[in-house]
Design a protein around this ligand. Sequence first.
Ligand code: SAM
Length: 281
Amino acid sequence: MINTNEVLKKYGLRLTKTLGQNFLTDINIIKKIVAAGEVCPSDLVVEIGPGIGSMTAEIAARAGKVIAVEIDRHLIPALEENLASFPNVEIINGDIMEVDLESLTKGWTGPLKVISNLPYYITTPVVMMLLEGNVAWDTLVLMVQKEVAQRMAAEPSTRDYGALTVAVKYYSEPKLAFTVSRNCFIPKPDVDSAVVKLKKRVLAGSADVDKEFFFKVVRASFGQRRKTLLNSLGSQPFVQGGKERLREALSRLGISENVRAEELSIHDFLNLTKELSRTAE
Ligand code: SAM
């Protein structure tokens, strides 16, 4: 295991809060994250933000290949030295939102996995980029802020269930793997973390609905989540026929007209979108 304090000292590194640099120092947690990814020699693993390579080394010992994308050029010499004994690691100095992951990972015939202790400041954009983009991943194992993990894996009729949950469930089967105390990092962050595992899936019934319209419905429904769906979604200009049309659609689906967005499962949203598409443009 890489000794974080020693490496920071040796290279004269100062960690940057704005880049979300909280490094994992607990080898058991690192091993648990890698185990959650069920990494094996047929896998190509993309690691977002390898830092000084503590988790990269554990991944590289199990994967066929690792592409580690680190934005901070100051960390690259330490990263290179710490990973020198792993010829299957490719280090890219760049911003994960800007590198061309599709071409970097093209040609790999086995499963593609993304494993990351994500920098908090960029969690949602990275997750949405992976969910909506064209990179053919099979599994994501992401450490994020505990509250975000709970929102990603929430069930209907809970406080955490919302538009992010529905987006995650549209593309994947999410599972909250385990929580991680803030004491496992240097420096110690202000919040606890959790690891979520997302398995890619094609949602049954999703091929029958227009994806853009579906997400318009979902966003508007949760936009004012305290209101009933009739009042939040029914007042949207893109719902032709307004509340009356929505009332009919709900009744056809056997859903109460007093329902709130958080009570609807992803399949309810799919069915509702189908009903509303009949009059939508
Ligand atoms: N993987 C290491 C670990 O677990 O100890 C470091 C994790 S630390 C929470 C996040 C890492 O992501 C930092 O090394 C940071 O420099 C890097 N990072 C931040 N923004 C990034 C971006 N846009 N693209 C790539 N790496 C980024």
